[in-house]
Design a protein around this ligand. Sequence first.
Ligand code: ASP
Length: 330
Amino acid sequence: MINRRRFLTIGSLAGLIPSLSFRSKKSASGLVSTLSSEPTRLAAKPIVISTWKQPKANAAAQAVLDKGGRALEAVEAGVRVPEADPADMSVGYGGRPDRDGHVTLDACIMDERGNAGSVTFLEHIMHPISVARAVMEKTPHVMLSGEGALNFALAQGFKKENLLTKKAEKEWREWLKTAKYKPIANIERHDTIGMLAIDDQGNISGACTTSGLAYKMRGRVGDSPIIGAGLFVDNEIGGACATGLGELVMRTCGSFLVVELMRQGRTPQQACEEAALRIVKKQDYKDIQVGFLAVNKKGESGAFSIQPGFNYTITQQKQTQVIDAKSYLK
Ligand code: ASP
């Protein structure tokens, strides 16, 4: 039962362990555990890894690392790509609005020293990740929200822009005809980017940015800007990020959990699987998607989701691939 795996680009990735046979066992709760089912990818640094199909974002991050830049610079440069891309309708410019028609953005960033910055419920700014970095570096705080975040961004020289594209507005107006409020994280509506990178020095940083759930309640904030939920980095251990229905990730402190499981000796793959199983055991997961992605200090990586359909992009040794993650439901 080896999972379908789609290799999208660009040559072969050296240093992968061949697939192992799938092992499953019954856990105490009766749920099928898939721990150890997927080989962790072998270490090779530098590395850039991001949720969903994001080869352009990875390329921008890799370009920073190629010049000997910090992982922090790399992840910021990387996620700025989908933030500015109107075709990516879950992130930044072109993101789907809330149910009142406002594009509201969440983002966070974390460096190798454990510094973190975050913005939530931010409007009108194309690059929330850079505002999050400014919060980290230029304020004594970790998180700014809403009007305060916007005022801070403007004071830092960020430009106020309209982020609602014609296409997103048209879809929203169509949705208004039924206005069915069902905040389900289905697979198609999610290409929030979480990105992790390890630089030449072996330092790890991460970034996560999103416009959140389409047609969410005004003021709703998801997991993506929450340190420990949508993203967590511990430079001694590794980093993790999440995508999917943020409410479930927040309730389980998902990314922090993945990193802590790696600290206890799990591979990135095992840690992602265990974090997803925690959700499956306690929450109604049938219609919802959550995906985790992780890298450890050695540069090994892993990913796992509840529903099939989650993929991730890995750039290692100058090769980029988009890989389907294994999932709990087949
Ligand atoms: N996790 C994000 C949120 O709940 C959505 C996503 O991953 O697309 O806001």
